[in-house]
Design a protein around this ligand. Structure first.
Ligand code: ATP
Ligand code: MG
Length: 283
């Protein structure tokens, strides 16, 4: 049986549980228990703080884990990065006070930088030949400059709102992060097989996210035009209607292009447009 380490509570927990649920894996997680048995797949959940997940997977305490790439990189442990999961997006960036007269990375020479990610930062500084002092703190890094503990920070940024609130400006993004599925280096053949099955489910869920299934009726003479507008998995599906002047078209469209395409289809006579949520794309 596979053991998967996930964040017990925090920003990744909810989306991790949702991904597992979409993959047919349900678990009732008590607020105090460290291990939960799941239904729907032979897997146990190990509920940890995110900081401990890379190490747990590297040591084989857990076979696989779901955690932010930022934590994996910081811990520098040897794990296999199996799959990017498409949630928990953020970046690790250097930020300086708004009033600083910042021109380039040379500004950081001789400065004190507060961070919870000293390893990633020190690698970056070394690679760029910058001599700065790293000040490791575990919480509220963003207030360090205001209270005089540091000249700049290196921290997680997503919307950038926290930086603005604290009078800071992002000057250099160092690492793009998201939740990733990691695996222990020495998995047995049996466990590797289970992992492949799990990955297959995860991939089909991730691929279907952000895609819509669209059905519409279209006048027969608009078909060529409509086919130029519509993508589809291989190509759109064309079905006949009882009315010989009309056809029904079905296609899979990325959410980001949905409205623009629908407007173009309406302009060439499409009617009765239905947009459906896609649950899985199994390839
Ligand atoms: P734990 O108690 O498990 O140690 P934590 O407080 O260290 O939790 P969270 O704040 O729950 O961590 O964040 C978990 C992960 O979510 C981060 O490591 C990062 O990969 C991701 N993340 C995405 N957006 C953000 C954000 N705006 N701020 C912080 N983390 C974010
Ligand atoms: Mg943590």
């Amino acid at each position: 049986m596979l053991r998967i380490a996930i964040q017990a509570k925090g920003r990744l927990n909810e989306k991790t549980m949702a991904l597992l649920a979409d993959a047919g894996i349900s678990a009732s997680v008590g607020s105090r228990s460290l291990i939960a048995h799941a239904k729907g797949f032979p897997v146990d959940l190990l509920l940890l703080r995110d900081d401990d997940i890379p190490q747990a997977v590297a040591m084989g305490t857990a076979d696989i884990g779901i955690v932010g790439l930022n934590e994996v990189e910081e811990k520098g442990v040897e794990v296999e990065r199996v799959l990017d999961l498409g949630f928990g997006g953020c970046r690790l960036s250097l930020a300086v006070p708004r009033e600083a007269d910042y021109k380039d990375l040379g500004w950081f020479d001789g400065k004190r930088i507060a961070t919870s990610y000293p390893e990633i930062l020190s690698r970056f500084l070394k690679a760029n030949s910058i001599n700065a002092k790293i000040h490791t703190i575990t919480g509220s890094v963003e207030i360090a400059p205001a209270v005089g503990m540091a000249d700049a920070i290196f921290d997680i940024v997503s919307s950038g709102g926290t930086l603005i609130q604290n009078g800071l400006v992002e000057v250099k993004s160092v690492l793009d992060s998201q939740a990733v599925l990691i695996a222990s280096p020495g998995l047995s053949a049996e466990k590797r097989e289970e992992l492949d099955k799990l990955c297959f489910r995860f991939r089909s869920i991730i691929e279907s996210r952000g895609m819509k299934y669209v059905l519409m009726n279209i006048p027969k003479q608009s078909l060529d035009e409509a086919l130029k507008v519509l993508p589809g998995m291989k190509s759109p599906t064309i079905l006949h209607l009882a009315d010989p002047d009309w056809l029904s078209l079905h296609a899979v469209i990325p959410e980001s292009q949905l409205w623009e395409r629908i407007e173009r289809l309406k302009a060439i006579g499409a009617e009765d447009i239905l947009v459906l949520v896609l649950e899985n794309i199994v390839k």
